[in-house]
Design a protein around this ligand. Structure first.
Ligand code: TUI
Length: 299
């Protein structure tokens, strides 16, 4: 299946794996790349030496292209931006901010730049600074989200820019992929579906929450902090909403949730972990290999 994205990234199928902090490490990234998509290693807030190892490990596991995702609110962002150049990573995706200050160096080094954007305005700005494509991420996505739905955001971004557009948020089967293409996208980014893969390195509790989730089981917490996050509606997530309603401050909220992604992914801690997932989790009912997942979307 050839699109502007398969050509740009030199991959078989036009799918990028989401840059899920703590989840997207070398084994998952390599499995997605070996399946014909673009696997990603997420920088999250991890130490640079660990990320260098992850990039080198991924190269041992696949000879296909892969990328790195930078979470721009993370203190490691400047160092990771340099590491991507040092390690000759072919593709960078960015999230949770504006990557303009890194664009010139990445372009000079030949790194393909694909920012996640939650609005038309940011998509246009990214095109101006030389982005190779944008990921239009709707509010159905897991983790840190914007306000606009995938259905509304994607066609408006497609009309506003000339670079390829990758649709994200709410896509987990062939119908979602077809819908994204009908809206004018040239590719898709999927995250939640890979939480139910054989290769993903997450605690069993996390996988089970995704597999058992029904349509109404994702909620958004932290709107009042300015960094809303979508995840599984656990008792802990509901307590965060109560905290907000009962007058807790954003500072206290940040304190309660500090480290909660790691607690979910590594410890499966149902009392203190944030099990981020997209609103499409309810559609995902079985664990498959990354190859089966990618092929189920396109073949
Ligand atoms: O970044 C994500 N998803 C994430 S990051 C994350 S870790 C985190 N921890 C605590 C609080 C917040 C995040 C978990 N999930 N997705 C990509 C994404 N980017 N979604 C929304 C945006 C975005 C928002 C504003 C991108 C750019 C932007 O620009 C603002 C500006 O500076 O113009």
């Amino acid at each position: 299946m050839n699109t502007k994205i398969t050509e740009l990234l030199n991959i078989k199928y036009p799918i990028i794996q989401g840059g899920m902090a703590w989840v997207a490490e070398s084994k998952l990234a390599a499995a997605v790349s070996n399946a014909g998509g673009l696997g990603l290693i997420a920088g999250g807030s991890a130490p640079i030496d660990y990320l260098r190892e992850q990039i080198r490990e991924c190269r041992k596991l696949t000879d296909k292209p892969f990328g790195v995702n930078i979470m721009l609110m993370s203190p490691n962002a400047d160092d990771l931006a340099k590491l991507i150049i040092e390690e000759n990573v072919p593709v960078v995706t960015t999230g949770a901010g504006n990557p303009t200050k890194y664009a010139e160096d990445w372009k000079k080094a030949g790194v393909k730049i694909i920012p996640v954007i939650p609005s038309v305005a940011l998509a246009k700005r990214m095109e101006r600074v030389g982005a190779d494509a944008v990921i239009a991420e709707g509010t159905e996505s897991g983790g840190h989200i914007g306000e606009i739905t995938t259905m509304c955001l994607v066609p408006q971004v497609v009309d506003a820019v000339s670079i390829p557009v990758i649709a994200a948020g709410g896509i987990a089967d062939k119908r979602g992929v077809n819908a994204a293409f009908a809206l004018g996208a040239d590719g898709v980014q999927c995250g939640t579906i890979f939480l139910a893969s054989e290769e993903v390195q997450i605690h069993e509790n996390y996988k089970n929450l995704v597999l058992k989730a029904k349509d109404t089981d994702s909620i958004v917490t932290g709107r009042f902090t300015g960094h809303p996050c979508r995840g599984v509606k656990t008792a802990f997530a509901k307590s965060l909403l109560d905290f907000e309603r009962n007058g807790g401050t954003p500072e206290e909220f940040e304190e309660i949730t500090l480290g909660s992604l790691r607690k979910a992914v590594q410890d499966g801690n149902l009392d203190e972990g944030s099990f981020l997932c997209g609103a499409i989790a309810g559609l995902i009912k079985e664990v498959k290999s990354c190859k089966e997942i990618v092929e189920s979307l396109f073949v």
